[in-house]
Design a protein around this ligand. Structure first.
Ligand code: PMP
Ligand code: GLN
Length: 392
């Protein structure tokens, strides 16, 4: 008698995710939670009020499977105004249960078993699980720290593309490094996609959380790329509503229809009143998002300054909620062991970046901290970490 009924290809994913695990440990230890990436304050009041009002107005039944028309139009408008890429809201935009469902549906809907997907390493945790669900192989390309930034070896990227490669999966701004792919890197990726006739699926959930005067450039905005890119994003990070799980994918109809085919049987539709509220926010709340970006940049600086003052090595982050620090500053080579010690003894929860690495040796010493928390908490966490490092 077997002790599990979980399909063999999914057994390695059976335990709780690293984010659930660390939040659980943080709650039990009463630790400051710089682990799982969620903000500790609410999004714009107009967003919250729009959801309450949609519920009160009776928007409580199924939405259309592709999403509320008002939301699809608002998404298309943002993409056109902010990034100069136009989509037909009826055929080229689909609303999903968070970016997570969009990515899952894209991989399942675009790939056949034994196809290959090129992905940058480290990679967000759901990618590996979805690739396993789709029985698709991953071909990782390491993002290495070159002394100033995390970047990839163009030859390694070229080598990662094989005869079965169908999709290149790109996350920028990137979790967990905070890397924002620059123009030159994007151009290289674009050229490779054209050369090998690849589809690109881009995870852009942090598209508005980019600092230091940089701007997010979607791969789809590069010349010739609109027709081969499926751009995924969501409301979670943009409007500090990670629990709402309203996401979307935009792209040419031939790619969007692959997502729609899968998502209509995964969830069919999700969160009608929340979709209505996100449509309002995408139209009216972008100035609020500018304020969020400034505030997050300031909070990143506050945390990094506190860590550095305590002699802790940090790595550059120009976007997302996250910055990485080096476990070796605490006298440990092992970020995973350090995170367990920190949550239990120092009262700070963090994420061992190795959990998101395919190449475990490359990520062993890295620890991810979320700075989407209030300033007081960040300052207290930095003080505790600096104390711990000084004893390491
Ligand atoms: N991609 C990345 C890189 C993420 O960090 C996250 C977590 N927020 C997601 C996708 C999932 O987004 P959502 O909550 O909209 O499903
Ligand atoms: N995206 C969040 C993070 O990276 C986690 C979301 C989740 O818990 N699935 O921390």
């Amino acid at each position: 008698m077997t002790d599990t009924f979980i399909a063999a290809r999914l057994r390695e994913f059976a335990g709780p995710t690293i984010f659930s695990e660390m939040t659980g440990l943080a709650q039990r230890a009463g630790a400051l939670n710089l682990g799982q990436g969620f903000p500790d304050s609410d999004g714009p009041p107009e967003l919250l009020e729009a959801a309450r009002s949609a519920i009160a107005r009776g928007m409580n039944q199924y939405p259309p499977a592709t999403g509320l028309p008002a939301l699809r139009s608002a998404i298309a408008e943002r993409r056109a105004d902010d990034h100069g890429v136009s989509y037909d809201p009826d055929t080229e935009v689909v609303v999903t249960a968070g970016a997570t469902e969009a990515i899952a549906a894209a991989l399942i809907g675009l790939c056949d078993p034994d196809d290959e997907v090129v992905v940058f390493d480290p990679l967000y945790d759901s990618y590996s699980a979805c690739l396993a669900m789709a029985q698709v192989r991953r071909s990782p390309v390491l993002l290495e720290y070159d002394g100033t930034r995390f970047t990839f070896d163009p030859d390694a990227l070229r080598r990662a593309v094989g005869p079965r490669t169908k999709v290149l999966l790109l996350n920028t701004p990137h979790n967990p490094t905070g890397k924002v792919f620059d123009q030159e890197e994007l151009e290289f990726v674009a050229r490779l996609c054209v050369e090998h006739d690849l589809i690109a699926v881009t995870d852009e959930v942090y598209e508005y959380l980019v600092y230091d005067g940089l701007r997010h450039v979607p791969l789809a905005a590069l010349p010739g790329m609109r027709e081969r890119v499926l751009s995924v994003s969501s409301a979670g990070k943009t409007f500090s509503a990670t629990g709402w799980k309203v996401g979307w994918a935009c792209g040419p109809a031939r790619l969007v229809s692959a997502v729609r085919t899968v998502k209509q049987y995964l969830t069919f539709g999700t969160g009608t009143p929340l979709q209505a509220a996100v449509a309002v926010a995408l139209t009216d709340c972008m100035p609020w998002v500018d304020g969020l970006r400034e505030s997050l940049e300031h909070r990143r600086d506050l945390l990094v300054a506190g860590l550095r003052a305590g002699g802790i090595t940090t790595y550059p982050s120009q976007g997302t909620y996250f910055v990485q620090m080096d476990a070796r500053s605490f006298g440990s080579e092992d970020g995973q062991a350090l995170c367990r010690m920190l949550v239990a003894e120092t009262g700070v929860a963090a994420i061992p970046s190795v959990a998101l690495y395919d190449n475990k040796a490359a990520g062993r010493h890295l620890v991810r901290l979320a700075f989407c928390k209030n300033e007081e908490l960040l300052a207290a966490a930095a003080r505790r970490l600096a104390d711990a490092a000084s004893q390491g």
